[in-house]
Design a protein around this ligand. Structure first.
Ligand SMILES: Cc1ncc(COP(=O)(O)O)c(C=O)c1O
Length: 485
C-alpha cells in the first residue's frame, strides 16, 4: 500500500492545464490519423509477442502521465491494427468514419447520457426515435407506426428480430419458456444469411438446428418456392415455422434475396414474421438507382440496418426497425422498481424497456450529426461514389483476366483466377495472403456455396479513389504472378 502515491479523487479529472493539453494533443492525433492513414501499411504484422511486451510494463501500480498514456495508445493503434479507414482496405463492412461521427462519439463520452430511462436523456431518446422514423420512412414503413431501437450492431438487431418474432408467434414463451410449447419453433434463412442468426437461435434456447437453410439460385438468392416447400415439410413433421429471414446485401457476395416474393410466401404460410437483414445493403435506400434492391422491404415485419457499415459512422451503430408497434415492449419490458418514473405520464418509451441493453451509450448521435451535416444528398453522393468504384473494380479485374463470380449492384466483388488452378482455395488464399502481407491493400476470401471459394474485395470507404482500385488490381497481378511463378 505504501507504494501507492497519495492522489486526490480528482486525479480522474486531471488539472485544467493538463486537460487543455490533452484535448489539443487528441485533436492533433485524430487529424494526423485522418490525413495520414492512406500512407500507412494497410495491415500490421501480427506481432503478438511484441504487443504483449509493450503492455507488460502497465501494472497500474504507478500512474503514468496522461499525455504519455495517450501517446502510447495512439502509437499502438497506428502500429497494430488493420487500418479499416485506409482507402485501400477492401474488406469487411468496416468504414472510414465520418468526421462528424468521431466528434459525436467524443461528445457522447463527455456528456455520458444514459439511454435506459427516457427521462434521464430526453433529447438523446427523442433524437434516436426521430432517426428511427426518418429511416423507417426511407425503407417504406409508415413513419407514424414505425418503432425501433438502436443496437450495438447488426448481430444484436438480428437477435432482437428473432426475439420479437418469437414473442409474436408464441406469446407464452416470455413467461413460461420454450418448454411451454408443444412443438419446436423453426426459422428460415439462406446459406448466405449472416451467422448471427445461429448465435441468436442458440442464445434464445432454440438451438442451431432450428435454423433451416433454404436453397439459393445461381445468384445466391433465396428461392421462394423452396422456402414454401420447406415450411410445409417442417409443418408436416410437427415443427412450428415462425420466422423468415431475407438478406439485402449478403456479407460474402452482396446477394439480394427477392424480398417481395418471400413476403408473399410468408403471408401465404399463415403470416410468418419476415425479417430483412439489410445491415449493409440498406443504404441502397438513399440512392434512386439502387432502390430496386429494396423492392418489397416495406412488407417486412422488421429490418436490421447498420449505420456503422455503409453510413460510415464509427462502430457500433445498429438499428432494429419494425412496423409492429408494441412488439418491442412485449418482448423486453420488465418491472424495475428502481428505474426513474418522471416520464411516466408522457407518451414516450423508456429505451431499456424496448431493447436488450439496459444502460447504454447514446448511439444515435453519430448518425444524427453525420446525417445533419451531409444531408441525404451527401450520403447519396458517397454511396454512389463507392458503387462506381465497385464497378470500376469489376471492369479492371476482367481486363486483367480475373473472372467475377458474383452478381450484385452493390460494390462487393468476388472473383477467381483462370482455369481450375485459379479457382482452387489454395491459390485464392495464397493470393489474398500475399496482398495483405504486402501492406498495400487488404482483401479476403469467401466461400460462395456451390460456386466455391473466391477472392472478395469490397469498397467500404468513401475515400477510395480510382488510383486505389488500380493499386489493388496491380497488387493482385503481382501476387498471382508470384503464385504461378
Ligand atoms: C448482412 C449482415 N448482417 C449482420 C451483420 C452483423 O453485424 P455486426 O457486425 O454489426 O454485429 C453483418 C456483419 O458484417 C452483416 O454483413
Amino acid at each position: 500500500m505504501a507504494s501507492i502515491p497519495d492522489l486526490p479523487a480528482t486525479s480522474l479529472l486531471l488539472d485544467p492545464a493538463v486537460r487543455a493539453e490533452l484535448w489539443r494533443r487528441l485533436a492533433e492525433i485524430i487529424e494526423g490519423y485522418t490525413t495520414g492513414v492512406g500512407q500507412a501499411r494497410v495491415a500490421p504484422e501480427l506481432a503478438l509477442e511484441e504487443i504483449r511486451k509493450a503492455l507488460a510494463p502497465f501494472d497500474f501500480e504507478r500512474p503514468v502521465p496522461p499525455l504519455e498514456a495517450l501517446g502510447f495508445a495512439a502509437e499502438g493503434l497506428w502500429r497494430w491494427q488493420v487500418h479499416t479507414p485506409h482507402p485501400r482496405y477492401f474488406g469487411l463492412f468496416n468504414p472510414a468514419p465520418t468526421t462528424m461521427g468521431i466528434a459525436a462519439d467524443a461528445l457522447v463520452a463527455a456528456f455520458n447520457p444514459q439511454l435506459a430511462a427516457w427521462s434521464h436523456s430526453p433529447l438523446a431518446a427523442e433524437m434516436e426515435q426521430h432517426l428511427v422514423r426518418a429511416f423507417g420512412d426511407r425503407f417504406g414503413f409508415d413513419p407514424a407506426r414505425v418503432e425501433g431501437t438502436f443496437t450495438s450492431g447488426g448481430a444484436e438487431a438480428n437477435h432482437t428480430a428473432l426475439s420479437t418474432a418469437l414473442t409474436r408467434a408464441f406469446p407464452e414463451v416470455g413467461r413460461r419458456g420454450l418448454l411451454a410449447l408443444r412443438s419446436q419453433p423453426v426459422l428460415y434463412v439462406s446459406p448466405e444469411a449472416h451467422d448471427s442468426f445461429l448465435k441468436a437461435a442458440r442464445l434464445a434456447g432454440l438451438g442451431t438446428e432450428a435454423v433451416r437453410e433454404v436453397g439459393v439460385d445461381s445468384r445466391l438468392r433465396m428461392v421462394p418456392e423452396d422456402l414454401a416447400a420447406r415450411i410445409r415439410e417442417d409443418r408436416e413433421a410437427g415443427l412450428s415455422p415462425f420466422l423468415v429471414v431475407a438478406t439485402v446485401g449478403s456479407t460474402s457476395a452482396g446477394a439480394i434475396d427477392p424480398v417481395a416474393d418471400l413476403a408473399q410466401v410468408a403471408d401465404e404460410e399463415g403470416g410468418l414474421w419476415l425479417h430483412v437483414d439489410a445491415a449493409w445493403g440498406g443504404a441502397a435506400a438513399l440512392v434512386p438507382e439502387l432502390r430496386p434492391a429494396l423492392d418489397g422491404v416495406a412488407r417486412a415485419s422488421s429490418l436490421t440496418f447498420d449505420a456503422h457499415k455503409w453510413l460510415s459512422v464509427p462502430m457500433g451503430a445498429g438499428m432494429y426497425i419494425t412496423r409492429h408497434p408494441g412488439i418491442l415492449e412485449r418482448t423486453f419490458r420488465v418491472a424495475a422498481g428502481y428505474m426513474p418514473r418522471e416520464g411516466a405520464a408522457l407518451p414516450v418509451a423508456d429505451p431499456y424497456a424496448h431493447s436488450m441493453q439496459w444502460s447504454r451509450r447514446f448511439i444515435g448521435l453519430k448518425v444524427f450529426l453525420s446525417l445533419a451535416a451531409a444531408g441525404w444528398q451527401g450520403y447519396e453522393a458517397a454511396i454512389r461514389h463507392q458503387t462506381a468504384m465497385g464497378d470500376r473494380l469489376r471492369d479492371r479485374l476482367r481486363e486483367e483476366g480475373w473472372e467475377v463470380v458474383n452478381e450484385t449492384p452493390l460494390p462487393v466483388v468476388c472473383f477467381v483466377g483462370s482455369g481450375s488452378a485459379g479457382r482452387s482455395a489454395a491459390f485464392l488464399e495464397a493470393v489474398a495472403a500475399d496482398v495483405v502481407a504486402s501492406g498495400e491493400a487488404w482483401i479476403s476470401t469467401a466461400a460462395l456455396g456451390e460456386a466455391g471459394p473466391a477472392l472478395r474485395a469490397c469498397i467500404t470507404n468513401y475515400r477510395t479513389e480510382p488510383e486505389d482500385v488500380d493499386a489493388l488490381v496491380a497488387a493482385l497481378g503481382r501476387a498471382r504472378a508470384r503464385q504461378q511463378g
